[in-house]
Write a protein that binds this ligand. Structure first.
Ligand SMILES: Nc1ncnc2c1ncn2[C@@H]1O[C@H](COP(=O)(O)O)[C@@H](OP(=O)(O)O)[C@H]1O
Ligand SMILES: [Mg+2]
Length: 253
């Protein structure tokens, strides 16, 4: 499978277009409904989902699109397709509803169970991260574009840890208590991975539930930046598992 710059740039434009639709909702009244799994859904999740599914289906008709907001038949494609887009149109819906800016648009290309390309767009910051193993990782904002790399803690430096703002579990707190000295920054959505990928955090332990679409794009960005996203057994997170839930994991430099 060939990932050309043209394809990557086109997919980035799709994420950014979805981001503009999300901001259109963010600036007005937000209608919140509750899904079967009790998680919130807004008209912004649905608008972004529609834009992304339509645009990616046109861009790469050979690869199915599986989104958090897809129906069950489309979601099941992740169990059989060799190569597919895995999308979270609006990660951090709770942060979106709170209007704290910590939400992202996430497009991952999965090939043979691995995220080979990830795009994470942060609408409020007009900021996009992308990358993958063998591609490197990049960030682009109004200030310009640059390659990004993870930055392991320097000797004597306090460990910078990122954790969920809305879903920090007791198990994660027990893990943190075993770390010695650390500084915890709470952030919503897949932004946590991006802070690690660009060297602003050292560790993101997630001993709690996430779904495959929450992690795939940002895992590719971390891996392209030289970092790792691993289960507690030290295996890279994989996709197309029989369960949509990921095992607990740690993202690290
Ligand atoms: N009990 C649970 N089961 C499955 N996924 C959960 C969950 N609690 C949180 N998540 C996932 O965590 C994501 C938010 O991550 P964070 O807590 O790091 O901001 C949510 O994404 P959405 O906002 O897209 O629903 C959701 O998918
Ligand atoms: Mg999500």
């Amino acid at each position: 499978m060939q990932l050309t710059d043209k394809l990557i740039m086109s997919a980035i434009r799709v994420a950014e277009e979805a981001g503009r639709a999300i901001l259109g909702v963010y600036d007005g009244p937000i209608n919140v409904t509750v899904k079967e799994d009790a998680s919130p859904l807004t008209q912004a999740d649905q608008a972004a989902h529609g834009i992304i599914c339509d645009a990616l289906s046109q861009l790469t008709p050979q690869w199915p699109v599986v989104s958090e907001e897809s129906d069950d038949a489309a979601k099941a494609l992740r169990l059989t397709a060799d190569c597919y887009w895995l999308v979270d149109p609006l990660d951090g819906t709770k942060e979106f509803i709170r209007r704290n800016g910590e939400f992202t648009v996430n497009l991952a290309l999965i090939h043979h169970s691995r995220p080979v390309l990830g795009i994470v767009h942060v609408p409020v910051q007009r900021l996009t991260y992308w990358g993958g193993l063998g591609l490197g990782s990049w960030r682009r904002s109004d200030q310009g574009q640059q390659a990004i790399k993870v930055s392991p803690p320097l000797p004597g430096q306090v460990l910078k840890v990122v954790g969920s703002r809305s879903h920090l579990t007791a198990e994660t707190q027990v893990y943190l208590a075993g770390l010695g000295e650390y500084e915890l920054v709470s952030v919503g959505s897949s932004l946590k991975f991006c802070l690690l990928a660009e060297g602003r955090a050292h560790l993101y332990p997630r001993l709690g539930p996430t779904c495959e679409w929450d992690t795939a794009a940002a895992q590719a960005v971390v891996e392209g930046a030289g970092g790792h996203v691993e289960t507690l057994e030290g295996e890279p997170l994989r996709y197309g598992k029989s369960e949509i839930l990921n095992p607990w994991f740690v993202a690290r430099t």
